[in-house]
Design a binder for this molecule. Structure first.
Ligand SMILES: [Mn+2]
Length: 404
């Protein structure tokens, strides 16, 4: 079974208020070509299709139009799309029955009717172009551990996730007596994964140990974490394919989709196919410098070069005023788009005992937890403890959840 594994498209993302339709269209066209070249048996899109729970009409049309074109490139290919934490699971499923007509499955949430959990909708058979079964996909959307439905009345609440997977695995084994290869799709954070590029200060993540998932899969296709990586484990094969288009400046690694070749009992064979972004995210300069030097680099950017720009400025006590305005002015006639400023305080904070000063320009780039940490340090002269950071994260999380 040949799998094309991708996730975390974040369609509709506004990047520092810039529209990214051009980049997302470019990615979807590249994906279309990859499907035409590779002819996979199944395309799995493991969550975070959209950046927001309520994408614009134009964004939904972009998705619909391209998904149909991708399907037309390889009509025998099964496409399975699951909801991530950024998606509205209900919205993703609105046209579920219509998509089925095109060999496309949309799985937004765990369905329950008349007190019965619909396990079967998560167990999807994959056929080859002759219509013969060649494998299975266990399609799990993003579900918070505390939101799994109880499999039975006497399942302890803290085991609801494990009990669900266990029962799902029973059903899978009944459906798959010939032990055809199995892919499990999930959108979650696995303990020990590399979270480069993620901003944990916006609220912590729920981590699940890889060995606590009682599903007999041959390959776990993961979404949620944006840095592509294999997950190390003794006998389990799992991988994050990563974002095809970077979602933040700190995702400064190569972006790709993954092609996985699976045969029962054999190790998955994985290759990656690079995705090019027409508008790169660039931090200028790579190593922090004074604003004066940074400004010179901005002026030197050629007028027709498209890019998003984050300035990397060394903090000192005499930060010039209105530096955002000066930066925007320097880029006025260029295709480069000013986004934000990264402040390097490594030299400023080495000065123990001195008062920490923050410029307004720096303050607006910081998250609430970072500001709280700075304040704590200033008042107490020591770093904020992990207990308090966790408590603050919990509060920030609950506020964010209320907002969305
Ligand atoms: Mn994501």
């Amino acid at each position: 079974m040949k799998i094309l594994h991708t996730s975390d498209w974040h369609l509709g993302q506004e990047f520092y208020s810039y529209d990214r339709t051009e980049e997302h269209t470019s990615f979807l066209n590249q994906l279309k070509q990859i499907v035409a070249d590779e002819h996979p048996d199944v395309l799995v899109v493991c969550g975070d299709i959209y950046h927001n729970a309520s994408p614009s009409n134009a964004t939904m049309k972009l998705f619909t139009d391209h998904l149909i074109q991708i399907q037309e490139k390889c009509p025998s290919m099964k496409i399975i799309v699951t909801a991530g934490n950024h998606d509205s699971s209900a919205r993703l499923e609105t046209a579920r029955n219509l998509w089925k007509k095109f060999n496309i499955e949309m799985i937004g949430h765990i369905e329950k009717a008349d007190n019965e959990i619909n396990f079967d909708q998560h167990i999807i058979r994959v056929n080859n172009s002759d219509g013969n079964p060649i494998g299975f996909v266990v399609a799990m959307p993003h579900v918070f551990p505390q939101s799994f439905p109880l499999v039975s009345e006497d399942t302890p609440r803290e085991q609801r996730q494990y009990a669900f997977w266990q029962e799902l695995n029973n059903r899978l084994n009944q459906a798959n007596p010939d032990k055809l290869p199995v892919v499990m799709m999930a959108h979650m954070a696995i303990t020990g994964c590399n979270i480069t590029g993620h901003d944990e200060s916006r609220g912590g993540m729920d981590y699940t140990p890889i060995d606590s998932i009682p599903v007999d899969y041959d390959y776990m296709a993961l979404g949620h974490i944006h840095c592509p990586q294999n997950i190390k484990s003794d006998d389990k094969h799992a991988r994050y394919c990563g974002t095809p288009i970077p979602v933040s400046f700190d995702e400064n690694y190569e972006h790709s989709v993954s092609i996985v070749q699976l045969a029962s009992g054999a190790e998955p064979k994985i290759k990656t196919i690079k995705i090019d972004n027409p508008i790169p995210l660039v931090t200028i300069p790579k190593n922090a410098a004074s604003f004066k030097d940074v400004l010179e680099e901005l002026v030197a950017i050629s007028n027709d070069q498209q890019m998003y720009v984050r300035l990397n400025i060394k903090f000192d006590q005499d930060v010039p005023r209105l530096i955002r305005e000066q930066a925007i002015e320097a880029l006025k006639d260029k295709q480069a788009r000013f986004c934000t400023i990264k402040w390097d305080r490594s030299e400023a904070t080495a000065n123990n005992g001195q008062q920490v000063l923050i410029a307004t320009e720096e303050m607006i780039t910081k998250s609430p937890i970072e500001i709280a940490k700075l304040h704590y340090e200033r008042v107490n002269g020591s770093e904020m403890g992990q207990d308090m950071i966790d408590m603050l994260n919990e509060v920030i999380n609950s506020i964010n959840n209320h907002e969305s």
